[in-house]
Design a protein around this ligand. Structure first.
Ligand code: PGA
Length: 255
């Protein structure tokens, strides 16, 4: 059974008191109308992970880090290891977000190292992939996505790969207000699932959760989540307001 997941990526926004208020509000609003099988993930900035983990009082909500080191420990000033992340209560880690790829030059091979290390420390990777507008306009998007999967995660054993969540986030849709159309999202999600089936098998492909991200909001969530190969969303801007985030969670719960 594929997990249905809504993850909120808070990026580098807010102070401690904002993270606290947002967590308390989300916990309070996530009432019984949201199905028990739904997984809700909050990805606060590093300094707030511990607090957010402690504030959560609902078994449907989990915490993610937004990044991790590719090194297990030692003299790597400024880095944060998966073991540290796990020790303060986060079970998931976003790996390969397009902002990490573009601003911090993270490559597929570096991301593969991070994914290996995260899995070693019992953190579940949410591996983000997606093409830029130039790549899409030149018809290169299928090749880009294939390479991101081949070089980032397809080296994993079937057992390890089954722990990974994929997030398809077209770079041109992130924070722009331009979302992928339902047809564009379904086409790529189905393509990703086909590649997984080819690299592993049908059963593995059928059971992996593939999230859509990029200007997903209360208005378009229902249409996107109704698509057969979309298993939830990775939400940026709209995850910073408890009401809009909860409405997106509800849109998933109604599928
Ligand atoms: P957005 O961001 O929802 O603000 O477009 C999504 C993301 O970057 O994960």
């Amino acid at each position: 059974m594929r997990k249905k997941i809504i993850a909120g990526n808070w990026k580098m926004n807010g102070l401690k008191q904002d993270a606290q208020a947002l967590t308390v509000e989300i916990c309070g609003m996530l009432k019984d109308e949201v199905r028990a099988e739904l997984t809700v993930i909050l990805a606060p900035p590093f300094p707030f992970i511990s607090m957010v983990s402690q504030l959560i009082n609902d078994s449907r909500i989990h915490v993610a880090a937004q990044n991790c080191s590719n090194q297990p420990s030692g003299a790597y000033t400024g880095e944060v290891s998966p073991a540290m992340i796990h020790s303060v209560g986060a079970k998931y880690i976003l790996i390969g977000h397009s902002e990490r790829r573009s601003y911090y030059h993270e490559t597929n091979s570096l991301l593969a190292e991070k994914i290996n290390l995260a899995l070693t420390h019992e953190c579940l990777p949410i591996y983000c992939i997606g093409e830029t507008l130039i790549q899409r306009n030149s018809g290169d998007h299928f090749n880009i996505i294939k390479a991101q999967l081949q070089e980032g995660v397809f080296h994993l054993s079937k057992a390890d790969f089954s722990k990974v969540i994929i997030a398809y986030e077209p770079v041109w849709a992130i924070g722009t207000g331009v979302t992928a159309t339902a047809a564009q999202a379904q086409e790529i999600h189905a393509f990703i699932r086909k590649l997984i089936a080819e690299n592993y098998d049908d059963n593995t492909a059928e059971n992996i959760s593939i999230l859509y991200g990029g200007s997903c909001n209360e208005q378009n969530a229902g249409e996107l989540f109704a698509l057969p190969d979309v298993d939830g969303g990775l939400i940026g801007g709209a995850s910073l307001k408890s009401r809009s985030f909860i409405n997106i969670v509800k849109a998933m719960s109604q599928q």
